[in-house]
Write a new protein. Structure first.
Length: 68
């Protein structure tokens, strides 16, 4: 799969994933496992829902960019 999760999106997903997982652990709930979804999508850099809807937050560098 192509990478479709940008850096800012990754940071947000990591923070939310840790918060959701932490709350699940604190309240001893299986809902904490839901926190794994944003963490895994942040780590892999791909999101299945983004692919399905054609969303891409990843900045692509131009191969022939000119500086100056």
């Amino acid at each position: 799969m192509k990478r479709n999760v940008g850096k800012t999106d990754q940071v947000v997903r990591i923070v939310l994933g840790v918060i959701i997982a932490g709350v699940g652990i604190i309240y001893q709930s299986w809902w904490g496992l839901v926190g794994l979804v944003p963490l895994l999508t942040a780590i892999t850099g791909t999101c299945g829902l983004y692919s399905a809807f054609g969303i891409n937050t990843c900045k692509v560098k131009a191969e022939n960019s000119q500086q100056g």
